[in-house]
Design a protein around this ligand. Structure first.
Ligand code: 13P
Length: 283
């Protein structure tokens, strides 16, 4: 069964670990994250951006995740990542998705509240959890680029007001991570994270966890992050392995053959990230 992220994030919050949210793009990448999470007994959030849902179709994604989840005992959620269009969120909920992010972080504070509230109202009718974002992350996500001068860190007092006004289930915070790869070593504002955590009770989410040293992600989890989003760190080894396969086998034309090394390379990273999240053996 495809679940919401409600209980899995509460469990993670109580026991001080994080649930990994892995961005997938097709059947192969979905199989990798489910198989590894199932083997390691880790809860799992399968994340899909708007362009992934457009590429694969919400009903296909839900159906694939249902088949995969039925073969395991771990909790599995399908989560809409960085959705800005409320109509598309509603369509995906109607197709069976039970967890979503409304990303209105580019809008002014009051408008972010209004949009998030509308999604919460609809989603909660279907036991669907809602994540929102306050502040702005730099980097590239789903082909959307935010440059450094437009980055805004989450203000702890705004976070209190936002959560109270929207009744959102979890909050993505901007504390210095970025989507995609970093130019230098990332610097995370742990003082800010502590302040936010001390003021709000709902689960906190770390976006842009690729290319961040493990010890920084672990520290963020220790300070209250209970969902960690990972995309780029999975895409790179998958693509690299497929490229190498073609270099070594230029005549290859069987997707089952050239996808397999990609899956194997991705498996290793998924396993590593689950260990960083300390989510193995929880179910
Ligand atoms: P990365 O690509 O940096 O891992 O970011 C993923 C993310 O935050 C998805 O929402």
């Amino acid at each position: 069964m495809i679940l919401s992220t409600k209980q899995m994030l509460i469990d993670a919050q109580e026991k001080n670990y994080a649930v990994p949210a892995f961005n997938i793009h097709n059947m192969e990448t979905l199989q990798v994250v489910v198989n590894v999470a199932a083997r390691m007994k880790s809860p799992l959030i399968i994340a899909a951006t708007p362009s992934t849902v457009e590429y694969a179709g919400a009903a296909y994604l839900v159906a694939m995740a249902q088949v995969a989840a039925a073969e395991t005992t771990i909790p599995v959620a399908v989560h809409l990542d960085h959705f800005e269009d409320i109509g598309k969120i509603k369509q995906s909920i109607d197709a069976g998705v039970r967890s979503c992010m409304i990303d209105a972080s580019k809008l002014p504070f009051e408008e972010n509240i209004i949009k998030t509230k509308e999604v919460v109202k609809y989603a909660h009718r279907y036991d669907t959890t809602v994540e929102a974002e306050l502040g702005k992350l730099v980097g590239i996500e789903d082909d959307v680029v935010v440059d450094e001068k437009n980055a805004v860190y989450t203000d702890p007092d705004n976070a209190v007001e936002f959560v109270k006004a929207t009744k959102v289930d979890s909050l993505a915070v901007a504390i210095g991570t970025a989507h995609g790869l970093y130019k230098g070593k990332p610097k995370l504002d742990f003082i800010r994270l502590k302040a936010i955590k001390s003021k709000i009770a709902i689960p906190l989410v770390l976006h842009g966890a690729s290319d961040v040293p493990d010890e920084l992600v672990e520290k963020a989890i220790g300070l209250g992050i209970c969902k960690v989003n990972i995309a780029t760190d999975l895409k790179i080894p998958f693509s690299q392995a497929v490229k190498e396969y073609f270099i070594n086998n230029p005549e290859a034309n069987d997707p089952r053959k050239y996808m397999t090394p990609g899956k194997k390379a991705m498996e290793k990273v998924v396993e590593h990230k689950i260990n960083v999240c300390k989510s193995a053996g929880r179910y």
